[in-house]
Design a protein around this ligand. Sequence first.
Ligand code: GLC
Length: 800
Amino acid sequence: MITNTELALKGNQFPNNIVSYNKNIDVLDFRTENDVTLQITIVRDSVIRFRYSTTSNFDKDFSYAITKYARTGYNYLEIEEAAEDYIITTQKLICHINKINLKVNIYDAKDNTLISHDELGFHWEESYEFGGDIVKMSKTSQDGESYYGLGDKPSHLNLKGKRFENWVTDSYAYGKDTDPIYKAIPFYTGLHHGKSYGIFFDNTFRTFFDFAHERKNVTSFWAQGGEMNYYFIYGPKMTDVVANYTDLTGKPHQLPALWTLGYHQCKWSYYPESKVKEVTAKFRELQIPCDAIYLDIDYMEGFRCFTWNKEYFPDPKRMVQELLEDGFKTIVIIDPGIKIDKDYEVFKEGLENDYFCRRADGPYMKGKVWPGECYFPDFTNPKVRDWWAGLFKELIEDIGVKGVWNDMNEPAIMEVPNKTFPDDVRHDYDGNPCSHRKAHNVYGMQMARATYQGLKKFGYPKRPFVITRAAYAGTQRYTSSWTGDNIATWEHLWIANVQAQRMALSGFSFIGSDIGGFAEQPNGELYARWIQLGVFHPFCRTHSSGDHGEQEPWMFGEEITRVVKKFIELRYQLLPYLYTSFWHYLNEGTPILKSLVLYDQEDIQTHYRTDEFIFGDQILVCPIIEANSKGRRLYLPKGNWYNYWNNKFSSGGKEVWVEADLDSMPLFIKEGAIIPKYPIQQYVGEKEINEVVLEVYYKKGKENSFLYDDAHDGYDYTKGRFSLRTFKLTGKTNELIIQQHKAGTFITGYKTFKLKLIGVPFNISKIQIDNEEIDFEAVKVNGDNTLIIDKDFTSLHIMQ
Ligand code: GLC
């Protein structure tokens, strides 16, 4: 018998000296004597791609994460050969490639600060079992460096000192620090010496990140296969890092319809029809706003996707229509497992067309999920995605369902130890056939993409609405998401807060948690506190497993119902503000939730804060996450703030105690902000909006605010039919000036603004609108410092 021990003995291998260098416009190839090639692509002045091959050949370049709409192009590029290094200079970065060992150092081109330093740099181990390499990278962790990002990790916001794994996993009732869970977003942001950069390791295999955990001064990342292929994204502002990453992996393809930003009610499961109607009727009876009602797996016939249980739902089309007339959009769950059943149309079609995943040696991938034994569509095959999209015709076009919730798409398999497909399952991977080792992390993303295509096609001209549990980098282009099966505990309220912020820092802003907790049951206090946080998450839905009791807003007694109603109403008032934040996210890639570190990275007090965040640009939110609280301490970032509830003015840059009884929570408005508000509606579109309230928070100095509006659905806005108002506020000791600039051709329904002036330090005696003096009667100045003016003013001048 021949025993080959040579491979095992090889261990880590390293590139050696560079023997050739080749430049082709923006792509530079450096080849070493031992056949390692480093291919560097200058994507932008601040974005450089590093790609390594150990065989001197690269496989076809293909990525599910990178969008074709990503901005490319740089202003400056120079390559110089020095004694020890090749030196690449762009307008933003200087990059040294060592001639002896291929190690890379990256500096800020402005002031030569060392931003990224290869410790061992690129190295690899050959993989005997699967072929190819285990690819590795290690970099020096700089003094005082902090780390953020990485998707949905339920850990401290600052990742320093920890190790993580990215392998999309069904994680029922996960806890703090459980790893991995549902999402794989191999992107992190580093921050040291006041400067921030990002690394996106675009590798879909199982990846690992170690942030100074194993060795104090080393950060490393590696993958069990594929290429060492990462993008270095420079700031130095963290907002720019996240925005550039989001640009690279894609912003949502369209704005969400406004109703999707309303409140959603879900449970496993509402059935039969009479139960659904009972719940929706109660919302209207109690006047608690709600836009969406969900049908979990029990609406189907034996959990067969695209079927209805006719006993529970005898006439789905009629029911969906009736719900809609009452303002409720119906959203249904669709899982990937297709029941093995020779009489089931979807199964038959999948089988006939060979659309299901197969094991390495040919048999179909068989696994147990809710319906029992199932086969699974290979969503990495474009033909399968087309077929899948087509399956939504009846649900969307005929029955009138408005949104689809994709679950179990890790893919989750029951009663097997690894909870998912075995490694050998084959995938098309868009014409790059591979095993599940490579396709696993994108399976759910491609399912959500196919679902999105179906909704887009059959819902047209309405905007599609999809929710997914599993995700890889770039999934934000197609869908919203929630954080999976959490638990009704106070600790999970903390987790939900961190996860939503972290997802936003990872390019994925349309996120929320199961409000109140999925497993077990919250008491009224926990539910109320969770709602208070949830109304500030872009996706706002109560969901629960159902076997632990009821979780509708009115299930916890009158006092709690009142608190919940108050906060859901606040959400509906703030819809124009949230919609405007979405518009910023879509255009600039800036996250909707901003952790304090992203808001003010120069203030080191923010680097380890987890609880406070900025909602949009100007509202500071800090949830109460402990029982029996009368308030809490929080860090008010630098600058001046108004307490939302009592308009009390405070200076930031310090910790403060804030009162917050159960019917309140700490909320602060940045000085100078102009916050737009709609009237309370029971659902989006219930009322014609005739007037928008602008809450104007006086500042001595300048501040810009925005108000975006359009038809709230459809695509006309992409043709210029939107309305974007920029308000420039300038406050002086005895004057307040607001200038308005308008863009877009959409004519809003509202005609007037009702301005509420807050914190104005002088008595108003004179008002000019567009340089004309107005008598107080005409603009209806009220005793309470409000005034109503035409929405199209260009300048408003308020004087002592
Ligand atoms: C999974 C989902 C949960 C859903 C349940 C039944 O546990 O995460 O949200 O209610 O399946 O479909």
